[in-house]
Design a protein around this ligand. Structure first.
Ligand SMILES: Cc1ncc(COP(=O)(O)O)c(C=O)c1O
Length: 370
């Protein structure tokens, strides 16, 4: 083949394709493995969501409702935003893509932090934009450095709040000060994939900010059904934004981007408070228990306001990741993120947390880290 491949596409490092769980188990000779690597909901999907998605399968011969009317209205109620201020995506990933498609041209700049969620930079590359990457400071977004990096070409700033992988939060006041320093003609995207796990009084009041028409940049908040609602496999996310921005994103999206079972499942999940509460309580308890246990082992757990946290294991994180795989426990090494001695753990069920802890204890001894 003699293809003319654009340089911006050739330069993209492909997302590492994780192996299916069964493949990994075969390769490592283990069974009943547990996955604490992707910040998913260990309590599974809401049974109400499963039933609704199953029911929707009977109508698979029909196109889904292109406006996701019922889900959008239910989300308006859930968030306190108006339905015109909500845009749905095939995962919140897709809304990141919409924003970049709608606002970034070749040569425009987008500011992100490192480390943070990897998709922002990837979509910017696809679009031929320029990534301006600012290192976290003390594991938090360095808002001062980000504000200083803004230029006439800046179109978007992405802040994952809480940050993935550090599980740290940017507070209300810091954020207000930050916005006040910025020019009006750009968009600040708060990626709130994990906001459900944050105490309400610590959350930024995005519903009010999106309606601030003058004096500060536009604010867009991104949310997802993949974490607190346990529907990562269904792919539903949404953005909350000024209705003028929402109408622009509707122009760039495909008409049927939220499939039929996804609309039905997400709608039912919003109505399952018991499952949501179980997730919140279980996460809080698991985080407290695990943090204490790993500290007793001689590791350093980092504070977290989400369903995952970082642990300094005082040795090579990737070697530990490999050893844990042999025990059927899948975790994330933070070496590639610039933290060679850190692992990231998703909070699991009580049984999963115990299994993780026992395996960690054995592996740390085998590797002589503690
Ligand atoms: C910070 C952050 N934003 C967005 C996402 C993607 O969410 P979704 O599954 O809704 O595309 C993730 C997934 O891990 C994430 O960590």
């Amino acid at each position: 083949m003699k293809l003319n491949i654009p340089k911006n596409i050739a330069d993209i490092i492909p997302y590492p394709p994780g192996k299916p769980l069964e493949e990994l188990e075969r390769e490592y000779g283990v069974s009943d493995s547990i996955k604490l690597a992707s910040n998913e909901n260990p309590w599974g999907p809401s049974p109400k969501a499963v039933a609704a998605a199953q029911e929707a399968l009977n109508s698979l011969h029909r196109y889904p409702d292109g406006s996701s009317y019922h889900l959008t209205n239910a989300l308006a109620k859930w968030t306190g935003a108006a339905s015109e201020e909500i845009v749905l995506g095939n995962g919140s990933n897709e809304i990141i893509e919409f924003l970049i498609k709608a606002f970034v041209r070749s040569g425009d700049e987008v500011i992100t932090s490192h480390p943070s969620f990897l998709m922002y930079q990837k979509f910017v590359q696809v679009r031929g934009g320029t990534n301006i990457v600012i290192k976290l400071r003390d594991m938090h977004h360095d808002l001062e450095a980000i504000a200083s990096a803004v230029s006439e070409r800046t179109r978007l700033i992405f802040l994952d709040n809480p940050n993935n992988p550090c599980a740290t939060l940017t507070g209300r006041e810091q954020f207000a000060e930050f916005l006040a320093k910025l020019p009006e003609n750009l968009i600040v995207v708060l990626d709130e994939a994990y906001i459900d796990f944050v105490e309400p009084e610590k959350r930024i009041d995005v519903q009010t900010l999106i309606r601030e028409p003058e004096g500060i940049p536009a604010v867009v908040a991104l949310r997802t059904f993949s974490k607190a609602f346990g529907l990562a496999g269904l792919r539903v996310g949404f953005g909350i934004m000024h209705s003028d921005i929402a109408s622009l994103l509707h122009r760039v999206r495909q008409p049927f981007n939220i499939n039929l079972p996804a609309q039905a499942g997400a709608l039912a999940a919003l109505d399952d408070q018991a499952h949501y509460d179980k997730t919140m309580n279980g996460t809080k308890e698991g985080l407290a228990w695990l943090s204490e246990q790993v500290r007793d082992l001689g590791c350093v757990p980092y504070p977290s306001c989400t369903n995952f946290f970082l642990i300094d294991v005082r040795g090579d994180a990737t070697a530990l990741y490999e050893s844990m795989l042999h025990k059927g426990v899948i975790i994330r090494s933070m070496k590639a993120y610039g933290y060679p001695h850190f692992i990231r753990i998703t909070i699991g069920t009580t049984e999963e947390n115990k299994r993780f802890f026992n395996s960690l204890k054995t592996c740390l001894q085998e590797l002589a880290y503690v």
